[in-house]
Each structure stands twice: as C-alpha cells, then as structure tokens.
Design a protein around this ligand. Structure first.
Ligand SMILES: *[C@@H]1O[C@H](CO)[C@@H](O)[C@H](O)[C@H]1NC(C)=O
Ligand SMILES: *[C@@H]1O[C@H](CO)[C@@H](O)[C@H](O)[C@H]1NC(C)=O
Ligand SMILES: *[C@@H]1O[C@H](CO)[C@@H](O)[C@H](O)[C@H]1NC(C)=O
Ligand SMILES: *[C@@H]1O[C@H](CO)[C@@H](O)[C@H](O)[C@H]1NC(C)=O
Ligand SMILES: *[C@@H]1O[C@H](CO)[C@@H](O)[C@H](O)[C@H]1NC(C)=O
Ligand SMILES: *[C@@H]1O[C@H](CO)[C@@H](O)[C@H](O)[C@H]1NC(C)=O
Length: 643
C-alpha cells in the first residue's frame, strides 16, 4: 500500500515536473506582445520543492530540480522517464497492474524504452478489449520523446518564439493555482479508487447542450459517490446518420466546388497549388504501378500524380511557437500515437519543412491533443472549456503575430490530432483549418473534402511499430467473424445482443478475460478470422480497423457517420466491408453472401493496403506519414481559391 501511494506521488510529480518544465525554463522573453515574464512561480515551485526526496528516490538525474536553468539536461533525462499515470478505467485489474509497475517499470529503471507498456495481463487486456478508451488511464505510460529538442531549445533561445505555455494560460485565467492543485489531488485520488477515471473519455462533446443529468454511482463502494452527470452524448445513437454512399456523394460535390476562403491577398504559392491541381486533374492514365495496388485507390492516376507533385512542390512551415508539453512533445505510444508519430516525423523532416513561412504552402500547428487533456483537463470536472480556450488563445496569438493565418482564415493551416476530444477543442477558432482527426465524425464537424480521417494506429512498440504483423492465409481462417471488447457506447451492446453465444461461426465476445495470454489470444483470433468486426465505441473511430489490416483480417466497419481513413483517395470497398448500424441483425447473412472469390480479393486488398498504415522511424514512400501529409495536401489542392 505504501508502495502504491509512493508510486502515485512519483507519477504525479513526474507529470507536474514535465508540465512545468516549460514554465521554468527561462526562454528569451522576445518581443511578442503577450509574452509576459512569468512572475508567480510560487505555487509551482512549492509543489516541486515540497517533495524533493521523491524525486531523488525516483530518478537521481532530476536533481536538476535545483538546476532548472539547464533545460537540455532535463530533456535528456525525460527520454528515459516513463511517466506512470496509473489510473485505471474500470476499477478491476488495477491493483495487479500497479504492482507490476512498481516491480518492472518504475522503481527499477527500465532498460529498453519500448515494448513494455502493457507487459502485464490486466492492462494488456484492458487495452486490447477496451481498445477504444484512450484515457490517461489503464496503466498506460506516456512515452515522451524529446523530438528535436535541440532545435527546440535553440529556437527558443533566440527569443523569437512565442512563449505560450500551460502556466501562462492558467495564470491568465487567474484560477491558476487552484487548477494545478486540483490536478494533483485528482490524480492522487485515483489510488485505490478507480471510479470515474473513465469520465474524461466517456463523456463526449456537446455537454453544454444536454441538460439532463443522470446519476452515476461507483462500482466500488468505498467511494460510492453519486455524481450528477449530464447525459452522455456518446451513449446515445446519433440524431442524424450519414452512410458511406452519401459520403461518396458529398465528396464528389465538394470536389466540384472549392470552398476555402478567398485569400485576402494573392500569393505565388496559391498559383503553384492551382497549377498542381490542374496537373492532377489531367493526370496521365496509370492503370498499373509497381508500388501501388490500383484497386485500393479511387483513382490511381490522380493519386500518383498528386503524390509526385507533393514531393516536388509542397513546403510546410511549422510554427515554433508554443511550449512543451502541449506543443512539440510527441507521444509515440498507445492509442493516440498517430498524432505523436506525425508530429515527430514532420518536425524532423528535411524535405518538406522550410524555415521561411513566406514560401510555405501549408502551415502546421504542432500540438498534442493527448497532452492537452493531460495538462489541462480537471478530472471529473466534466468541463473541457479550458482545453478549447487554450487552443483559441494559441490561435489568436498565431494569427496576431504572423500574417499567414488571417490571409486564408486558416484554410492553409493544418493540425493532426487523435484524441476523441479534438473535434471539440478545435471547433470555431480553427474552423477553417484542415484537421486530420482520428475522431472523423461528420456529426462533430468533420468536413469531407477538407478534413482528413487519420488512422488510429495503436502503437505498442516504438522500435517496432509493426510487431506481430501478418496472419493466416485466407483458406486457413476458421472463424467467420470475430469481435472482443468492452461495451463502450450504445452500439456494442446491440452487437452482443444479437450475436454473443448465438452462432459458432460468430465469435462475438465481451471483454476478453484478463490474463497474460489475453493479448496473444486477441491477436490470434484476428489472425484466424475471415472478418474482424469494428463497431464504434464511444466515438466513431476504433483502433480495430488498423489492427484488422495488420493481421490481414478483412475489417467490417459498423459506425454510421464515421469517415474511413484517407477517404479522399482510398477505395475502401476494395479491402473492407462497411455496414450500417441497422444491419447488425443480418450480419452473418451479409458476410456469408460475400462470394469466396470476392473475399479473396478483399483479403488481398487488405494485405496490399498494409503499407499505407505503417509508421516508420525513417518514413518510406506511401507510408502512413506520407499518406497523412498527402491527404492534407490533396484536400488543400482541391479546396484552394485564388485571388
Ligand atoms: C547543461 O547540460 C549540458 C548537457 O548535460 C552540459 O553540457 C552543460 O554544461 C550544462 N550547463 C549548465 C549550466 O549546467
Ligand atoms: C533489459 O533487461 C532485461 C532484464 O531486466 C534483460 O533480460 C534484457 O536483456 C535487457 N535488454 C537490453 C536491451 O538491455
Ligand atoms: C456494495 O454495496 C452493495 C449495496 O449497496 C452491497 O450489497 C455490497 O455488499 C457492497 N460491497 C462492498 C464490497 O462493500
Ligand atoms: C481518374 O482521373 C482522371 C483525371 O481526372 C480521369 O481522366 C480518369 O477517367 C479517372 N479514372 C477513373 C477510373 O475514374
Ligand atoms: C467550465 O470552466 C470554465 C473555465 O474554465 C468556466 O468559466 C465555466 O463556467 C465552466 N462551465 C461549467 C458548466 O462549469
Ligand atoms: C488577424 O485577425 C485578428 C482578428 O480579426 C486580429 O486580432 C489580428 O490582429 C490579425 N492579425 C494580423 C497580423 O493582422
């Protein structure tokens, strides 16, 4: 018990340390009108200094508590620190997980920096089966990697950078110290509680609009509090449904007419993009390609031409403004890894990135929606206003400091965010930006033809993101359909109601049992199944889609309003089955009606599609990094207006 408490304190401290690292680093003050010299360190310092022994116990190098000025030293240590955020989502299975953490991860320093996130059964299973819940919880450890930290510091030292940080934000909100304290308290509360940690993720957008309240009582009696909660949007069927056929029509319509704002003044870049557009529209016909499997694409000729032109033309400017941890701090592991990998690879990129914003076609705002929640969400507050406000302030500052945002209203700016809340956080102030989102939900403002559906690729091993890849050949897949997972959202209970224990061909389960073998069991099921059912969870997206592709199982996506990844270029009919939610009762019939010939084509399509869903430490042609950047580029190309 003592151990566990200590563990929590350490975790909390480590997180705070990171959080405030950005505050305490004395950046050049610069000339930015809003960059105020931090004045009220007291609270922050207090919380760090009052418990220095924990730091030294935990991690000797953090003796830099007294040497904050050496920021590079700190960042160097950060790379090795696994920040344990030991919050359990479901309550059970937690204690064991924590225990393991103590032994294997936290107290004794780990040697490798990857592979071990879910080394123990309970957590592994949680994640497998709770795939959808990307909360801070579940024993998931943040893998913070200091990407380009040297550049980052060098840039900030120049003093030209906007000193936009969490602390500053909180200070301007006055209640700063309170918020900070609440965060601490909250994390600590979760020791042995395991109650509402899922709140942050379960409850969804539009809270403001749902006045009803429901009473939620904890399953653990020791803390059986009843907390008034607003009715969760994510627990109710959507009011409107857009199915895949309609999405296709919308895309065609949007392609026919550019929608972006007419720029306030003209730029040579606009003309370059316009020229590219014309070339793409008149692309030479390509029917076969060595590297690309034609059936996967809506139009291979256009894709290929567009990709070439991207490589040749596109230049991206990355705003240096904004401090860690929310900006420039990629999280490389877990369910949100897609935003982290993109950020890291983009910031490292030499080919597309340029230093002179005047020459850029696109502008990247490199924040992490994952860290935003982590740093600013007050647990159990059910209030995400802060998070949105933070990004609004950032956007205001960017648009005041540089002339580029206002030129197009943000239409040539983009963001890449995988957290469920990203649509909410970026609404209004980033309205016209190109948003690459995992939560690609047309009822949450996702605009087909402008926004990009970002694959939610669960990364377990940073060194080997493609671990366990592959599966049985199509003839050796005895299971017709497989699903296992928790009952998130309203849809999965419907799936189980119809198919759990109903039919030996349909392996439809609830949560996989806990245990060390659980993850392999889950993966083996995918490797042995013809079809992998990917029903929506709390939100429309699910990491199962990419998992199915990894294990060469044809994904069956059941999630109305979900725009599948890279919708603008990929032809999902070639390697998946997309069903309407109302089709669940006929699921087996529908799957059986697919001919063997057609199935073989689909399965081949899955294998051919794999490479487009891989992250590589050094990006390869047509991989996930390039596909993401390409879709952003492609959408800009077809939206652009010129003056
Ligand atoms: C900061 O850390 C770097 C690398 O660890 C070291 O070379 C440098 O001397 C340190 N500077 C100060 C002021 O401590
Ligand atoms: C990591 O540590 C384990 C034992 O704790 C050891 O078996 C393994 O070889 C080490 N790996 C590396 C890469 O050092
Ligand atoms: C929890 O509360 C229920 C009813 O309120 C009671 O039946 C049960 O025994 C309690 N469990 C524990 C572990 O106290
Ligand atoms: C692909 O796009 C090109 C250029 O717009 C067009 O000429 C061609 O007909 C399209 N091919 C298909 C298969 O739609
Ligand atoms: C949410 O938080 C903001 C400030 O962070 C506050 O102004 C607002 O009143 C809060 N909303 C609710 C419903 O509590
Ligand atoms: C851009 O527009 C905003 C709001 O309209 C304004 O506050 C800001 O000063 C403008 N930026 C520039 C560089 O003029």
């Amino acid at each position: 018990m003592g151990n566990r408490r200590l563990l929590f304190l350490l975790g909390v401290l480590a997180v705070n340390f990171l959080l405030f690292q950005s505050i305490l680093v004395p950046y050049g003050n610069g000339n930015a009108p809003w960059s105020s010299v931090p004045q009220k360190y007291d609270n922050v310092r207090l919380s760090l200094h009052s418990t220095p022994k924990y730091f030294t116990v935990r991690n000797p190098p953090t003796g830099t508590v007294s040497g904050f000025s050496n920021s590079s030293a700190f960042i160097a240590t950060v790379q090795k620190v696994h920040i344990p955020i030991v919050v359990d989502e479901v309550g059970h299975g937690k204690k064991k997980g924590m225990h393991n953490n103590v032994k294997g991860g936290l107290v004794s320093e780990r040697n490798g920096s990857d592979d071990n996130v879910f080394e123990h059964g309970a957590d592994r299973n949680d994640v497998r089966s709770l795939s959808e819940k990307k909360d801070v919880g579940k024993g998931d450890r943040l893998e913070l990697e200091s990407v380009g930290s040297k550049n980052f510091i060098a840039d900030s030292a120049k003093g030209s950078k906007v000193d936009f940080s969490v602390k500053q934000f909180l200070e301007t909100k006055r209640g700063a110290s309170r918020l900070v304290k609440d965060n601490n308290m909250d994390s600590r509360e979760h020791d042995g509680v395991g109650v509402h940690t899922s709140d942050s993720s379960t409850f969804s957008t539009n809270l403001e609009n749902s006045p009803q309240k429901i009473v939620f009582s904890a399953s653990d009696n020791s803390t059986a509090v009843s907390i008034p909660r607003r009715k969760m949007r994510c627990m109710m069927p959507p009011k409107s449904r857009t199915l895949i056929g309609e999405m296709n029509r919308i895309l065609v319509r949007k392609r026919a007419s550019a929608r972006a704002m007419r720029p306030r003044w003209s730029s040579k870049r606009d003309l370059e993009i316009l020229a590219a557009r014309s070339e793409i529209e008149h692309a030479p016909t390509v029917t076969h390609d060595k590297e690309l499997y034609a059936p996967l694409f809506r139009n291979l000729s256009m894709f290929k031409r567009s990709y070439e032109l991207m490589e040749r033309t596109l230049k991206v400017y990355i705003y240096k403004d904004g401090n860690k941890p929310i900006f420039h701090q990629p999280i490389m592991k877990g369910l949100y890894a897609s935003e982290g990998w993109f950020m890291k690879l983009m910031e490292e990129n030499k080919h597309f990135v340029l230093k002179d914003p005047a020459k850029a076609h696109l502008f990247y705002m490199p924040f992490s929606s994952r860290m935003l929640e982590h740093a600013l969400y007050v647990r159990n507050s059910h209030n995400r206003t802060n998070l949105r406000q933070f990004l609004k302030d950032y956007t205001d500052k960017i648009s005041a400091k540089y002339r580029y945002f206002n030129r197009t209203g943000g239409a040539d700016h983009f963001l890449v965010a995988c957290h469920d809340w990203a649509p909410y956080e970026t609404r209004h102030h980033m309205e016209y930006c190109i948003k690459a989102l995992c939560n690609a939900d047309v009822t949450q403002g996702f605009k087909i033809g402008r926004d990009v559906s970002l694959p939610e690729a669960y990364v377990r091993s940073v060194r080997d993101p493609q671990r366990d890849l592959g599966g049985k050949p199509p003839h050796q897949r005895p299971i017709l359909a497989f699903y296992a997972g928790n009952m998130h959202g309203y849809l999965r209970p419907i799936l189980l109601k119809h198919w759990k224990d109903k039919d030996p061909d349909m392996k439809i389960y609830g949560p996989m049992p806990h245990g060390a073998a659980s993850k392999m069991n889950y993966i083996n099921h995918m490797k042995n199944s013809k079809y992998c059912i990917c029903p929506k969870g709390y939100e429309v997206n699910s990491p199962r889609v990419v998992e199915a592709i990894f294990y060469e199982c044809v994904p069956v996506i059941i999630s109305d309003n979900f725009v599948p990844p890279f919708f603008e270029v990929l032809n999902w009919d070639a390697f998946s089955i997309i069903l309407a939610e109302k089709d669940i009762p006929n699921l087996k019939q529908i799957l059986l009606s697919v001919s063997q010939e057609k199935y073989l084509k689909l399965q081949l399509g899955v294998r051919k599609a794999q490479k487009h869903f891989f992250w590589h430490v050094k990006p390869l042609k047509y991989d996930l990094f390039h596909m993401t950047l390409h879709s952003i580029w492609y959408n800009r190309v077809f939206q652009i207006k010129v003056r």
